[in-house]
Design a protein around this ligand. Sequence first.
Ligand code: GLC
Length: 432
Amino acid sequence: MKKHLKTTFCLLILTIFLFSSLVDGARNNTTVTILSGSAGIEAELFKSAAQRYMKKHPQVKVRVMEVPEKVEQRLAFFLQLLESKNSKIDIYEFDVIWPSLLEKHFINLNKYGGKKIASRYFKSLIENNTVNRKLVAIPLFVDAGLLYYRSDLLQKYNLKPPKTWDQLEKSAQIIQKGERQKGNKDFWGFVWQGDKYEGLTCDALEWIYSNNGGTIISQDKKITINNQNAIAMLDRAAGWVGSISPPDVTKFTEEISRNFWQVGNAAFMRNWPYAYALGNADKSAIKGKFDVSPLPAGKNGKPAATLGGWQLAASKYSKNPKVAADLLFFFASAQEQKYRAMKSSYLPTVKKLYQDRELIKNKPFIGKLYNVFINTVARPSTPTGIHYNEVSSKFFYSVHAVLTGKKDAATALKQLEKDLQKITGFQVGRVQ
Ligand code: GLC
């Protein structure tokens, strides 16, 4: 797997290198290049939007290039390009947690017309993308963690969608046992994102917050992770590995869990909204056999969904910042977001689309998710600013050590608390 990703990475660099000569050759045209995500059909969606833009602007050539799926690899790749002031890449699609980290490499979109259109988008997302009054990016889609469940199997075993982790564990055991007895030896109760990467930070934050264990570091800059509710929840999650979740779940990303679920081998899955449309695609084994709900709550808390999502920003090193800004405004426009949402299940960031009758009729799922999305929990990227990446890495490595049985949660979180103090200089505090 690692080898495969390394190869992808090298190929990408090579492509950019080769591609740069091609761009230089295209003297009569303005060529604008965007780096797109690669999960599900993201790149396909960008390519079709690019076609529509080029039809309107025949003098512009838009190139869409895919980047690795994992957030850390994307970030490393972006930093390599941005720190070398690469002028061949014009638009970056970046994660909701990165505005402070990458801000200095992007143009202020307010100066290119962003100010006029910002109020069309959810205020919290625009605020997240505004650093020192600079509008760094426009939100393209928003993510929230969801519980996917097999409605056909719940019905078959006379069960209801679980509201607590206790109920999820019980239902997962019942369905897993039943399906295996019926001959599907590869069937498991619950799949999620357990690999050592940002995705695990998202899942573990949901577990901990749903058990009233806080957000690792609070908005007022206190380290709160070392608490009994967080410890209890992580020990509980470690108990899922090999019992209701496959032993290999500690190597799962979003796409690995989605593929596992989509062939019909799991009763429950934690994932982002994009998996909804893909699960209902014609070739999917579970088409029409599943639904979504908020994730379960712990004994001491309420359901939690981590806030995720991707933004579009234009590079300061682009030779065509004006065209890049115009193109990214087009990609993130209401019309294009509606198009994306109709073709997939990416949640729009333009407020009025949640009242768009045609869209809600076509995708009732999106209307249903509105409440989940406006009640999401943010990772501590605002209080930790440029240290967020380091904080998150320490967190997911600690959680991974608990999941793989290398440490118990109390030992792991005690050490993590010390490490986070060193990274951030913040004081230890209590969960409010
Ligand atoms: C999704 C989310 C993003 C998060 C990532 C973790 O892409 O939108 O915010 O960081 O998953 O894998």
